[in-house]
Design a binder for this molecule. Structure first.
Ligand code: PLP
Length: 432
């Protein structure tokens, strides 16, 4: 049987003749799962519809931005209203003031913000700002954290105890790699030893406070407090990349959740409500360095264009409604509880790691908090599960390293229905 994917398959063949791998962002090519990627025709609340007319309950939500689900009325209306006035002016506009105001007045950890057009751009700019502010060059990052395709961060740990990493992409000069140190997550001693040796030349430590791009590698709060403390002691800025966690685990993101003050925070995804927006934010003192106030140059033709600002504003206004985040978390718990109930009788090693409305299924019975603890052979199981889910109307990320997201458009009934299907899928693959 299986899903009818004929039109998607045809479009994918045509796309491959025009675009590298047929796509504009690599994971979309479905390389780690079966079949051609589905070409999506439209979205509606928590549903996706592909060009062959198949319907799916969507847990990808465009990789996180759609916290309100697809085509949320308030967002669509705000965008339409903005479009009526023109698309972009390359000049200041009132709506970016409104978005800035709503963010800064509801976020205790930042004073000033600059809008850009993607998460990658936000991180790239934050790194430059940290270097400009401290006058130092090196950056420390962690294995298992993703920060967009910024040259100096496309680096992974070298083998053994090699100090310098290796690049995860061709086209990145050796000399750039030398400016980045890659450490394992969850180990404060390693960070301290490194800072003792090279702290004088380190501008910043960058981390996803809720690492959600390589599974969901949740860290202990003591670890985050420890990093904060080490950064203070060694005069190093702490950059929290909240492109996923910002406005997701609470309006103040991980900073609010853990009550920890990072030096610079980067945003993306939800902040644009489905349109291309990123941002970086910090104290007034640090942001003073950004042009035209200061010497750190950063600019953008389409930065803060009114359409993107309108989508972000309508989304964040909705996130601020009473009980928004607790309801979302309850819904996530309902989904996981339903699945867990369904698979009680199976003896497959599996569990969920989750926070707020983010969840990750891992084929393991122990907590995973470092990238190297993930058993890559379990990805074959995920591949089987993914096929079952698509065939049964559930759209999950096309790789076992991807997390899932609940949106406010998922109703309890739909989550119970989805949970039963997912449970059936897990049972099916465990019997194989
Ligand atoms: C998605 C993501 C990025 C990159 O954002 P883009 O908008 O895809 O450039 C950076 N950091 C984190 C933590 C992300 O999840």
């Amino acid at each position: 049987m299986g899903l009818n994917k004929q039109k998607s398959a045809e479009l994918f063949e045509a796309a491959k003749k025009m675009f590298p791998g047929g796509v504009h962002s690599p994971v979309r090519a479905f390389k780690s799962v079966y079949g051609p990627p589905l070409f999506i025709d439209r979205g509606e609340s928590c549903y996706l519809y592909d060009v062959d007319g198949n319907e799916f309950i969507d847990f990808c939500n465009s990789w996180g931005p759609l916290i309100l689900g697809h085509k949320h009325q308030r967002v669509i209306e705000a965008v339409k209203k903005a479009i009526d006035k023109g698309l972009t002016f390359g000049a200041p506009n009132a709506i970016s003031n409104q978005l800035g105001e709503i963010i800064l007045s509801n976020h205790r950890f930042i004073d000033k913000i600059r809008f850009v057009s993607s998460g990658t751009e936000a991180v790239m700019s934050a790194i430059r700002l940290a270097r400009g502010y401290t006058g130092k060059d090196k950056i420390i990052k962690f294995e298992g954290c993703y920060h967009g395709h910024v040259d100096s961060l496309m680096v992974q740990a070298g083998s053994g105890l090699a100090t310098f990493g290796t690049s995860t992409s061709a086209g990145i000069p050796e000399s750039f790699i030398k400016e980045t140190l890659v450490l394992p997550l969850g180990d404060l001693n390693v960070v301290e030893e490194t800072l003792q040796k090279v702290g004088d030349s380190v501008a910043a430590i960058i981390i996803e406070p809720i690492p959600a791009n390589n599974g969901l590698l949740l860290q202990d709060i003591e670890y985050h407090r420890g990093l904060r403390d080490l950064c203070h002691r060694y005069g190093v800025l702490l950059i929290w990349d909240e492109v996923i966690s910002g406005f997701r685990v609470g309006f103040e993101g991980a900073a609010g959740l853990y009550n920890i003050q990072p030096d610079i925070i980067t945003f993306g995804k939800i902040i644009g409500g489905g349109m291309p927006v990123g941002a970086y934010a910090a104290s007034s003192e640090i942001m003073k360095c950004v042009a035209p106030d200061g010497p750190v140059y950063q600019a953008g033709t389409l930065s803060a264009n009114p359409i993107s600002m309108a989508a972000g504003l309508a989304t964040l206004q909705t996130c601020l409604e009473d009980g928004f985040y607790t309801t979302l978390e309850d819904k996530k718990n309902l989904l996981i509880d339903t699945i867990t109930q369904e698979i009680q009788s199976t003896d497959i090693d599996i569990h969920f790691q989750s926070i707020g409305s983010i969840f990750w299924l891992t084929f393991s019975n122990t907590r995973i908090f470092r990238a190297d603890q993930i058993d890559s052979s379990s990805m074959d199981l995920y591949k089987e599960l993914h096929r079952f889910l698509l065939d049964n109307g559930i759209y999950w990320g096309p790789s076992g390293y991807e997390v899932g997201f609940i949106s406010s458009a998922h109703t309890e009934d739909i989550l119970i229905k989805a949970g039963k299907i997912i449970g059936a899928g897990i049972k099916e693959i465990s019997n194989k």
